[in-house]
Write a protein that binds this ligand. Structure first.
Ligand SMILES: *Cc1c(COP(=O)(O)O)cnc(C)c1O
Length: 376
């Protein structure tokens, strides 16, 4: 048996007809940029997120960058973020001319630690970017308290968490803006790059809309420096077909996660740490990430037996060569660095079969049995 990390073919087969029609309609209309499909997706995603505005952009990385600019972040400012995340979180801060200030994570949830954020605030701090990692939201109440005290914007990096909730609140309800990525592997994936920003702040929304079209308003008059960063109609047409299924797909991911946890608790309770879900969180399992000290050996063993896994993330951002000028060193963020050595994401997608999950766990079981014999 082979178990891929992610298999999008099944989902495509079930939607092939509808997607074909939607693409044909865009091509026949010859309206390719900021047309009705983008408008519809923006409306639906805003409503889904209990937000009043949404701005479709070229990808999730630009969604972060444009959010920062929309919130007034500029050269010389500091923005606090975790180092245990995808590069784009900090890359967007640097692209805005600001300095990323990396803080440690809560080792249980892998999300940014609010007490570390509180300690990192300076006179130059303008914003915080919590990343809702793997599908679970960060501790928003604690972050909001810090943000209000110091007058900071909160930009929620929700690339992995569309549909997640915290204390009954959706992504974006507690932040100034929240950003989604529709990269093909995300819970709601396009067939190319795409992203979106949501906000309920009228002024920030207007600024971001202008920035995505070269800072132009009215057309051909430029008061601010903008970019060309738009979600295109073909991608929006595909996303409009997929969006009504998102909640159902998220539920299937949750069921798959529950089954993994059940099997691990039964067979590998001593060896494997399962994902920790805060009671007040609705975790939509973009990833099912376990923790094991002998992670690299386990990954190689699974690969030998036809099981794909991924390491999110092998090297923390504070130790990346591109940020060496910031002066961080090994040991600065111990929980982050430990997680980089132990976290392993197992195959996860809505269509994953129980037999595949059982095979993953059985193979892990034989790895640990072999390991124990080796030690004896
Ligand atoms: C995927 C991702 C992004 C970037 O999204 P793109 O659409 O690929 O630019 C940003 N942050 C996190 C946490 C992500 O997982």
């Amino acid at each position: 048996m082979k178990v891929p990390m992610l298999d999008l073919t099944e989902q495509y087969k079930s939607l092939k007809g509808e997607i074909g029609v939607a693409l044909e309609e865009v091509m026949s209309s010859s309206r390719f940029i900021l047309g009705d499909n983008v408008k519809k997706l923006e409306q639906d995603v805003a409503e889904f997120s209990n937000a009043t505005h949404s701005v479709g952009v070229a990808n999730g990385s630009d969604a972060l960058h444009i959010s920062l600019l929309g919130c007034g972040v500029e050269e010389g400012d500091e923005v606090i973020c975790p180092a245990f995340t995808f590069f784009a979180t900090a890359g967007a801060i640097a692209r805005a001319g600001a300095t990323p200030v990396f803080v440690d994570i809560d080792p249980k949830t892998y999300n940014i630690d609010p007490s570390a954020v509180a300690q990192a605030v300076t006179d130059k701090t303008k914003a915080i970017i919590p990343v809702h990692l793997y599908g679970q939201m960060a501790d928003m109440d604690a972050l909001k308290e810090i943000a209000e005290k110091h007058n900071l914007a909160i930009i929620e990096d929700a690339a992995q968490s569309i549909g997640a909730e915290y204390k009954g609140k959706k992504v974006g309800e507690l932040g100034t803006t929240a950003t989604y990525s529709f990269f093909p592997t995300k819970n709601l994936g396009a067939y190319g790059d795409a992203g979106m920003i949501i906000t309920s702040d009228d002024e920030v929304a207007e600024k971001m809309r202008v920035i995505r079209v070269h800072g132009s308003k009215p057309k051909y008059y430029h008061h601010v420096l903008g970019y060309n960063s738009r979600l295109d109609e073909l991608q929006a047409a595909i996303l409009n077909v997929k969006f009504p299924h998102l909640t159902d797909w998220n539920k299937k991911r949750i069921q798959n996660a529950e089954y993994y946890t059940e099997l691990i608790n039964k067979h590998l309770k001593e060896e494997v740490v399962t994902p920790f879900v805060e009671e007040h969180n609705y975790h939509i399992f973009h990833q099912y990430t376990i923790r094991v000290p002998e992670r690299d050996k386990l990954q190689a063993f699974l690969k030998e037996h036809g099981i794909a896994t991924m390491i999110y993330y092998p090297k923390p951002l504070h130790l990346q060569p591109v940020f060496s000028n910031l002066g961080y060193k090994e040991g600065d963020l111990p929980h982050t660095e430990k997680a980089c050595g132990e976290a392993l994401s197992l195959p996860m997608f809505p269509e994953l079969k129980k037999e595949q999950q059982e095979f993953v766990i059985e193979t892990m079981k034989s790895f640990f049995e072999k390991n124990r014999e080796g030690e004896a």
